[in-house]
Structures are given as structure tokens and as C-alpha cells.
Ligand binder design. Sequence first.
Ligand SMILES: [Fe+2]
Ligand SMILES: [Fe+2]
Length: 177
Amino acid sequence: MRKLAETNVGRVIDLLNERLVFERTGVRLYDRMLLRMQLTEDGEIQRMVDRMRRYRDEEHEHEVWLEDQIRDLHGDDRMPTEKSVLVLAETQGIERVVQRDPRLQHDFHALLTAELADAAGWDLLVRIAEDFGDREAGREFKERHRQEQEHVLFVSKVVEQFLKRELQDQPTPLTYL
Ligand SMILES: [Fe+2]
Ligand SMILES: [Fe+2]
């Protein structure tokens, strides 16, 4: 991260804080949904729990890693920054759905929106690191972007399966799981 930070350390901290606030939101979304999934009697949903728990742990690893990076740059990982405030505003609707709507198909719909934004956020970091020639940061960003792409793929498949159930108007199995 050193090379990137040499350009404008305040802006880099802002950018990392933006991602961090999103990852913290991600962990809350997964925690809430996992609680709901464990309470359902739908076997198809229960079979997803392990994978969802793994993704939740990946979001948490991203969170911890970002906190470390910010502290290494002598930044404050709890201080609101320009873009972290922006991200909090953007994600309010998603959090509201997952906190208050007990229908899992709606929760997954909201989670898909979150994961798409999350993947795009890491992709942006990868490209910024490339633009400024920070190969070490680029490698770290890329690894996490790859995980986010997997999250998007899985969550979009689940949304697709829920939609198929709805269109067929019957409880067909979620075959992807
Ligand atoms: Fe994430
Ligand atoms: Fe994710």
C-alpha cells in the first residue's frame, strides 16, 4: 500500500474507509440472514448455511484486513470520512430490507445489490492500484475481488432459483444449492 499512499495518503485512507464501512455492513447482512436461515424448516435453505457462513467470514476477513491497512497508514478506522459517509447512505435501503423483511427471497434480492456494489468496489481498487503502479496492493485487492465475484455468482443463482419458484407458483427445489 506504500506506493499508493505516497500519492495522497488522506485520499487513500478515505478510499479504504469506504470499503471498510461496506464490509462491516456486509457482515451485518450475512449475520442477520444466517439467523433467519437457521430458523427456517426449508431443507434447501438450510443446505446453504455453510456456504453463507463461509462468505460471511470472508467479509469479516476483508474488514479486519482493511482496518490493519488503515492503521498502518496512521488513519482512524472509526472516523467517518467523505466516502464512508456516502457508502453508509447508499446502503441504508439494503440494510433496512434485511433487518425488517422476514422474506428470504427479498433478503437475497437485497444481498445481490450489496454484493454487486462490493465486487465493483474491489474492482475499482484493483484498477487504482494498477494506475499508480502499486503491485503489492493490487495483488491484495485482486484476491478479495475474486472472492466477491464468487459471492455475486452464488447470490445471483439463489435469486434466480427463488424467481423460478415464484413463476412456477409452487415450491420447486432450489436446484443450484
Ligand atoms: Fe465484501
Ligand atoms: Fe461479498
